[in-house]
Design a protein around this ligand. Structure first.
Ligand code: SAM
Length: 282
Protein backbone atom coordinates (compact mmCIF):
# COMPACT_ATOMS: atom_id res chain seq x y z
CA UNK A 1 0.00 0.00 0.00
CA UNK A 2 1.17 3.56 -0.67
CA UNK A 3 2.35 5.71 2.22
CA UNK A 4 -0.45 7.76 3.81
CA UNK A 5 -0.63 11.44 2.86
CA UNK A 6 -2.05 12.39 6.27
CA UNK A 7 1.04 12.17 8.45
CA UNK A 8 2.69 15.30 9.85
CA UNK A 9 5.99 14.57 8.06
CA UNK A 10 4.53 13.71 4.64
CA UNK A 11 2.13 16.68 4.76
CA UNK A 12 4.98 19.08 5.61
CA UNK A 13 7.16 17.62 2.83
CA UNK A 14 4.38 18.05 0.24
CA UNK A 15 3.57 21.60 1.35
CA UNK A 16 7.23 22.62 1.32
CA UNK A 17 7.88 21.07 -2.08
CA UNK A 18 5.13 23.20 -3.63
CA UNK A 19 5.70 26.29 -1.43
CA UNK A 20 2.03 26.10 -0.45
CA UNK A 21 0.69 28.74 1.95
CA UNK A 22 -2.68 28.20 3.66
CA UNK A 23 -5.55 30.53 2.81
CA UNK A 24 -7.61 31.17 5.91
CA UNK A 25 -10.34 32.66 3.73
CA UNK A 26 -10.82 29.21 2.11
CA UNK A 27 -11.05 27.39 5.44
CA UNK A 28 -7.84 25.48 4.79
CA UNK A 29 -7.15 23.31 7.84
CA UNK A 30 -5.71 20.01 6.67
CA UNK A 31 -5.99 16.75 8.59
CA UNK A 32 -2.75 15.05 9.58
CA UNK A 33 -4.09 12.04 11.50
CA UNK A 34 -4.75 8.87 9.54
CA UNK A 35 -6.73 7.26 12.38
CA UNK A 36 -9.28 10.09 12.38
CA UNK A 37 -9.60 9.88 8.60
CA UNK A 38 -10.20 6.12 8.72
CA UNK A 39 -12.87 6.64 11.36
CA UNK A 40 -14.61 9.22 9.17
CA UNK A 41 -14.64 6.73 6.28
CA UNK A 42 -15.94 3.99 8.64
CA UNK A 43 -18.78 6.23 9.83
CA UNK A 44 -19.80 6.67 6.19
CA UNK A 45 -19.97 2.87 5.83
CA UNK A 46 -18.49 2.98 2.35
CA UNK A 47 -17.70 -0.17 0.41
CA UNK A 48 -16.35 -1.32 -2.92
CA UNK A 49 -19.69 -0.62 -4.58
CA UNK A 50 -20.03 2.92 -3.19
CA UNK A 51 -19.35 6.26 -4.77
CA UNK A 52 -18.00 9.13 -2.67
CA UNK A 53 -18.34 12.85 -3.24
CA UNK A 54 -15.78 14.96 -1.40
CA UNK A 55 -15.82 18.71 -0.94
CA UNK A 56 -12.41 20.31 -0.61
CA UNK A 57 -9.78 17.56 -0.97
CA UNK A 58 -6.90 19.86 0.08
CA UNK A 59 -3.76 17.80 -0.60
CA UNK A 60 -5.78 14.58 -0.75
CA UNK A 61 -5.59 13.26 2.83
CA UNK A 62 -9.22 12.11 3.03
CA UNK A 63 -9.53 11.53 -0.73
CA UNK A 64 -6.86 8.84 -0.48
CA UNK A 65 -8.71 6.96 2.27
CA UNK A 66 -11.97 7.23 0.31
CA UNK A 67 -10.26 6.00 -2.86
CA UNK A 68 -9.00 2.90 -1.03
CA UNK A 69 -12.47 2.01 0.31
CA UNK A 70 -14.84 2.98 -2.49
CA UNK A 71 -15.34 2.37 -6.18
CA UNK A 72 -14.96 6.00 -7.20
CA UNK A 73 -14.36 9.42 -5.63
CA UNK A 74 -15.31 12.76 -7.16
CA UNK A 75 -13.91 15.76 -5.30
CA UNK A 76 -14.68 19.47 -5.76
CA UNK A 77 -11.76 21.80 -5.02
CA UNK A 78 -11.97 25.59 -5.38
CA UNK A 79 -8.24 26.39 -4.99
CA UNK A 80 -6.36 26.06 -8.27
CA UNK A 81 -2.99 25.94 -6.45
CA UNK A 82 -3.94 22.51 -5.08
CA UNK A 83 -4.51 20.90 -8.49
CA UNK A 84 -0.87 20.06 -9.34
CA UNK A 85 -0.37 18.81 -5.78
CA UNK A 86 -3.41 16.56 -5.99
CA UNK A 87 -2.36 15.15 -9.33
CA UNK A 88 0.91 14.04 -7.71
CA UNK A 89 -0.41 12.82 -4.33
CA UNK A 90 -3.38 10.96 -5.82
CA UNK A 91 -1.57 9.53 -8.85
CA UNK A 92 -1.74 5.99 -7.37
CA UNK A 93 -5.56 6.19 -7.36
CA UNK A 94 -7.10 6.08 -10.86
CA UNK A 95 -10.59 6.00 -9.32
CA UNK A 96 -10.38 9.66 -8.23
CA UNK A 97 -11.65 12.60 -10.26
CA UNK A 98 -10.96 16.17 -9.15
CA UNK A 99 -13.30 18.91 -10.33
CA UNK A 100 -11.91 22.44 -10.04
CA UNK A 101 -15.03 24.28 -8.92
CA UNK A 102 -16.73 26.06 -6.05
CA UNK A 103 -19.14 23.38 -4.84
CA UNK A 104 -21.78 26.02 -4.19
CA UNK A 105 -21.83 26.79 -7.90
CA UNK A 106 -21.56 23.21 -9.11
CA UNK A 107 -24.38 21.18 -10.63
CA UNK A 108 -23.90 18.21 -8.32
CA UNK A 109 -26.85 16.27 -9.73
CA UNK A 110 -25.32 16.44 -13.22
CA UNK A 111 -21.96 15.29 -11.86
CA UNK A 112 -23.65 12.33 -10.14
CA UNK A 113 -25.44 11.41 -13.38
CA UNK A 114 -22.22 11.55 -15.36
CA UNK A 115 -19.71 10.10 -12.91
CA UNK A 116 -21.68 7.50 -10.96
CA UNK A 117 -23.78 5.97 -13.73
CA UNK A 118 -23.62 2.40 -12.40
CA UNK A 119 -23.37 3.18 -8.68
CA UNK A 120 -26.45 3.18 -6.49
CA UNK A 121 -24.82 3.93 -3.14
CA UNK A 122 -23.45 7.47 -2.93
CA UNK A 123 -22.17 9.27 0.16
CA UNK A 124 -20.85 12.78 0.64
CA UNK A 125 -17.79 12.72 2.88
CA UNK A 126 -15.71 15.78 3.71
CA UNK A 127 -13.70 17.85 6.11
CA UNK A 128 -15.65 20.99 5.26
CA UNK A 129 -14.26 24.51 4.88
CA UNK A 130 -15.70 26.08 8.06
CA UNK A 131 -16.64 29.45 6.51
CA UNK A 132 -19.34 27.78 4.38
CA UNK A 133 -20.48 24.67 6.28
CA UNK A 134 -24.16 25.60 6.54
CA UNK A 135 -24.66 26.73 2.91
CA UNK A 136 -22.93 23.56 1.65
CA UNK A 137 -25.03 21.22 3.81
CA UNK A 138 -28.26 23.03 2.94
CA UNK A 139 -27.44 22.96 -0.78
CA UNK A 140 -26.87 19.19 -0.68
CA UNK A 141 -30.13 18.60 1.18
CA UNK A 142 -32.37 21.06 -0.65
CA UNK A 143 -31.32 19.75 -4.05
CA UNK A 144 -32.59 16.31 -2.96
CA UNK A 145 -29.61 14.55 -4.45
CA UNK A 146 -29.74 10.75 -4.73
CA UNK A 147 -27.29 10.23 -1.87
CA UNK A 148 -27.54 7.89 1.15
CA UNK A 149 -26.15 10.52 3.45
CA UNK A 150 -23.46 12.96 4.48
CA UNK A 151 -20.56 12.45 6.91
CA UNK A 152 -18.66 15.65 7.51
CA UNK A 153 -16.24 17.33 9.86
CA UNK A 154 -17.38 20.80 10.91
CA UNK A 155 -17.31 23.22 13.84
CA UNK A 156 -18.55 21.48 17.01
CA UNK A 157 -20.84 24.44 17.65
CA UNK A 158 -22.61 23.89 14.29
CA UNK A 159 -22.76 20.12 14.87
CA UNK A 160 -24.46 20.83 18.23
CA UNK A 161 -27.03 23.06 16.55
CA UNK A 162 -27.74 20.58 13.76
CA UNK A 163 -28.36 17.61 16.06
CA UNK A 164 -30.11 19.55 18.87
CA UNK A 165 -33.45 18.44 20.36
CA UNK A 166 -36.37 20.73 21.23
CA UNK A 167 -36.05 22.56 24.54
CA UNK A 168 -32.25 22.90 24.36
CA UNK A 169 -30.31 26.11 23.80
CA UNK A 170 -28.85 24.84 20.51
CA UNK A 171 -32.21 23.96 18.96
CA UNK A 172 -33.21 26.33 16.17
CA UNK A 173 -34.19 26.70 12.54
CA UNK A 174 -30.97 24.94 11.39
CA UNK A 175 -31.80 21.87 13.54
CA UNK A 176 -35.25 21.77 11.99
CA UNK A 177 -34.09 22.31 8.41
CA UNK A 178 -31.51 19.48 8.62
CA UNK A 179 -33.67 17.09 10.67
CA UNK A 180 -36.54 17.58 8.23
CA UNK A 181 -34.47 15.85 5.54
CA UNK A 182 -32.18 13.59 7.61
CA UNK A 183 -31.53 11.74 10.84
CA UNK A 184 -28.67 13.75 12.39
CA UNK A 185 -26.06 12.41 14.81
CA UNK A 186 -22.79 13.77 16.15
CA UNK A 187 -20.52 10.73 15.92
CA UNK A 188 -17.12 12.08 16.99
CA UNK A 189 -15.54 15.09 18.72
CA UNK A 190 -12.17 15.93 17.22
CA UNK A 191 -9.27 17.76 18.92
CA UNK A 192 -7.63 20.78 17.27
CA UNK A 193 -4.24 19.02 17.30
CA UNK A 194 -5.05 16.80 14.30
CA UNK A 195 -5.10 19.76 11.87
CA UNK A 196 -2.49 22.02 10.27
CA UNK A 197 -2.88 24.87 10.91
CA UNK A 198 -4.98 24.29 14.02
CA UNK A 199 -8.45 25.88 13.76
CA UNK A 200 -9.62 28.35 16.44
CA UNK A 201 -12.69 26.29 17.25
CA UNK A 202 -13.43 22.72 18.34
CA UNK A 203 -14.51 20.26 15.67
CA UNK A 204 -16.90 17.35 15.38
CA UNK A 205 -18.01 14.81 12.80
CA UNK A 206 -21.71 14.49 12.05
CA UNK A 207 -23.56 11.80 10.15
CA UNK A 208 -26.73 12.80 8.32
CA UNK A 209 -28.74 9.86 7.03
CA UNK A 210 -31.25 10.89 4.41
CA UNK A 211 -34.86 10.05 5.24
CA UNK A 212 -36.92 8.30 2.58
CA UNK A 213 -39.65 10.84 3.28
CA UNK A 214 -39.25 14.14 5.16
CA UNK A 215 -39.65 13.83 8.95
CA UNK A 216 -43.04 15.55 8.84
CA UNK A 217 -45.69 16.03 6.21
CA UNK A 218 -46.35 19.64 5.20
CA UNK A 219 -48.44 21.12 2.41
CA UNK A 220 -46.07 23.96 1.61
CA UNK A 221 -42.38 23.46 2.43
CA UNK A 222 -41.46 27.07 1.71
CA UNK A 223 -44.04 28.29 4.22
CA UNK A 224 -42.99 25.65 6.78
CA UNK A 225 -39.41 26.94 6.73
CA UNK A 226 -40.63 30.55 6.78
CA UNK A 227 -42.62 29.80 9.96
CA UNK A 228 -39.73 27.99 11.67
CA UNK A 229 -37.29 30.82 10.85
CA UNK A 230 -39.77 33.43 12.07
CA UNK A 231 -40.32 31.50 15.32
CA UNK A 232 -36.63 31.77 16.25
CA UNK A 233 -36.08 35.34 15.06
CA UNK A 234 -35.78 36.57 18.66
CA UNK A 235 -35.31 33.62 20.98
CA UNK A 236 -36.60 35.41 24.08
CA UNK A 237 -39.87 36.43 22.42
CA UNK A 238 -42.98 34.26 22.50
CA UNK A 239 -44.11 32.34 19.46
CA UNK A 240 -46.99 34.76 18.91
CA UNK A 241 -44.71 37.80 19.08
CA UNK A 242 -42.21 36.33 16.65
CA UNK A 243 -44.84 35.15 14.18
CA UNK A 244 -46.75 38.45 14.15
CA UNK A 245 -43.59 40.52 13.80
CA UNK A 246 -41.76 38.29 11.29
CA UNK A 247 -44.33 36.76 8.93
CA UNK A 248 -45.48 38.91 6.00
CA UNK A 249 -48.58 40.88 7.14
CA UNK A 250 -48.19 39.13 10.49
CA UNK A 251 -49.54 42.08 12.47
CA UNK A 252 -52.76 42.28 10.40
CA UNK A 253 -53.10 38.49 10.58
CA UNK A 254 -52.73 38.22 14.35
CA UNK A 255 -56.22 36.70 14.75
CA UNK A 256 -55.54 34.13 12.04
CA UNK A 257 -52.24 33.20 13.66
CA UNK A 258 -53.92 32.89 17.06
CA UNK A 259 -56.63 30.63 15.71
CA UNK A 260 -54.06 28.44 13.87
CA UNK A 261 -52.13 28.05 17.14
CA UNK A 262 -55.34 27.28 18.99
CA UNK A 263 -56.33 24.64 16.42
CA UNK A 264 -52.89 23.02 16.74
CA UNK A 265 -53.19 23.11 20.56
CA UNK A 266 -50.04 25.23 20.88
CA UNK A 267 -49.99 27.92 23.58
CA UNK A 268 -49.16 31.29 21.92
CA UNK A 269 -47.00 32.16 24.94
CA UNK A 270 -44.59 29.28 24.29
CA UNK A 271 -41.13 29.96 22.83
CA UNK A 272 -40.17 28.57 19.43
CA UNK A 273 -37.39 26.47 20.96
CA UNK A 274 -39.95 24.30 22.81
CA UNK A 275 -41.79 23.16 19.66
CA UNK A 276 -41.12 19.79 18.06
CA UNK A 277 -40.97 19.33 14.27
CA UNK A 278 -44.47 17.82 14.40
CA UNK A 279 -45.82 20.90 16.19
CA UNK A 280 -44.24 23.19 13.63
CA UNK A 281 -45.77 21.07 10.86
CA UNK A 282 -49.22 21.34 12.54
N1 SAM B 1 -9.91 17.41 2.84
C1 SAM B 1 -8.68 18.07 3.25
C2 SAM B 1 -8.25 17.54 4.59
O1 SAM B 1 -9.11 17.00 5.31
O2 SAM B 1 -7.07 17.69 4.93
C3 SAM B 1 -8.83 19.60 3.29
C4 SAM B 1 -9.97 20.14 4.12
S1 SAM B 1 -9.97 21.89 4.34
C5 SAM B 1 -10.82 22.02 5.88
C6 SAM B 1 -11.19 22.52 3.23
C7 SAM B 1 -10.88 22.43 1.73
O3 SAM B 1 -11.99 22.95 1.01
C8 SAM B 1 -9.68 23.22 1.25
O4 SAM B 1 -8.93 22.42 0.37
C9 SAM B 1 -10.29 24.42 0.49
O5 SAM B 1 -9.46 24.93 -0.52
C10 SAM B 1 -11.56 23.79 -0.05
N2 SAM B 1 -12.68 24.73 -0.32
C11 SAM B 1 -12.98 25.88 0.32
N3 SAM B 1 -14.10 26.43 -0.15
C12 SAM B 1 -14.56 25.59 -1.13
C13 SAM B 1 -15.69 25.62 -2.02
N4 SAM B 1 -16.60 26.60 -1.96
N5 SAM B 1 -15.83 24.60 -2.92
C14 SAM B 1 -14.91 23.60 -2.97
N6 SAM B 1 -13.83 23.53 -2.16
C15 SAM B 1 -13.65 24.50 -1.25
Amino acid sequence: MNKDIATPVRTRTILEKYGFSFKKSLGQNFLIDTNILRKIVDFADIGEHSGAIEIGPGIGALTEQLARSSKKVVAFEIDQRLLPILSETLSPYPNVKIIHKDVLEANVQEVIDEEFTTLKDIMVVANLPYYVTTPIIMKLLEERLPIRGIVVMLQKEVADRISASPGTKDYGSLSIAVQYYTKAETVMIVPKTVFVPQPNVDSAVIRLTRREKPAVLVKDEGFFFQVTKASFAQRRKTLLNNLTSQLPDGKQKKEEILSALHESKIEPSRRGETLSLEEFAD
